[in-house]
Design a protein around this ligand. Structure first.
Ligand code: PXP
Length: 249
């Protein structure tokens, strides 16, 4: 399916294909095959997170995907030197800088640019010099968006976790859902007005994705867990196709 003007792209995060593989440390399910199935089902890009603890994606996965992917490779990563060096060497199409804690189950909050502006700025500069587009995963806050613009990031990825969390835990609390949605919308408008490419992700699923997909200027949604969980029942191709249809607004 073609992505049209104003229609958000769908980036599929396949970390949890590797989570299943790492449960037995075997070769299956094969990450390259998973990426190819997602692409054939309409994914516009493939995301993987090379975590410092290598709990799912391994260095070799990133290198294999870089060779095999026909769309775009988006590498989620911390700003740790070891990981930055790998990114600079592999040269994915995009990187998305995220905070990372060993004990977390998944990325918990956005990257606080303000508290480490110089360190993040130098990573942005280093990776941009390699021809990689740099995104920063941030909470939908004005000061973080302005800071991302100041340090010349190409894109931001708005953390949709708070919105998705209310949707999951208190689906009947329409006011809170609306409040969290309006925060995302306002942040998205600011980002676009500053010339930043606008992406979003985290916790998005088949029930909560449509309003976020409709935010003006939304370039790409990065979605992982809900698609892989659904794929356990319907297959990966069908799960991606279903999400592709929903974000085609
Ligand atoms: N975007 C970022 C920056 C993330 O860290 C993650 C989780 O790896 C996602 C998107 C995807 O989130 P989920 O797996 O909840 O769809």
């Amino acid at each position: 399916m073609k992505t049209g003007v104003g229609m958000p792209k769908l980036g599929v995060n396949i970390d949890h294909i590797a989570t299943i593989r790492q449960a037995r440390r075997e070769k299956e399910p094969d990450i390259v095959r998973a990426a190819s199935v997602c692409e054939s089902a309409g994914a516009d890009s493939i995301t993987v997170h090379l975590r410092e603890d290598r709990r799912h994606i391994q260095d070799e996965d990133v290198r294999s995907l870089k060779k095999s992917i026909k769309t775009k490779l988006n590498l989620e990563m911390s700003i740790a030197k070891e990981i930055v060096d790998i990114a600079a060497d592999v040269k994915p199409d995009y990187v998305c800088l995220v905070p990372e804690k060993r004990e977390e189950l998944t990325t918990e909050g956005g990257l606080d640019i303000l508290s480490q502006k110089d360190a993040i700025a130098s990573v942005v500069e280093k990776l941009k010099k390699k021809g990689i587009k740099v995104s920063i995963f941030i909470d939908p806050e004005e000061n973080q968006i302005k800071a991302a613009s100041d340090i010349k990031a190409d894109c931001i990825e708005l953390h949709t976790g708070a919105y998705a969390g209310v949707f999951k835990l208190n689906p009947s609390d329409k006011n809170r859902i609306k409040q969290e949605f309006l925060r995302l919308e306002k942040a998205g408008n600011l980002a676009c007005s500053l010339g930043l490419i606008l992406n979003a992700g985290h916790g998005l699923d088949y029930k909560n994705v449509v309003p976020v997909a409709k935010i003006k200027g939304m370039n790409e949604l990065n979605i992982g867990f809900s698609i892989i969980a659904h794929a356990a029942f319907v297959g990966l191709k069908a799960a991606v196709k279903e999400m592709r249809k929903l974000v085609t607004v």
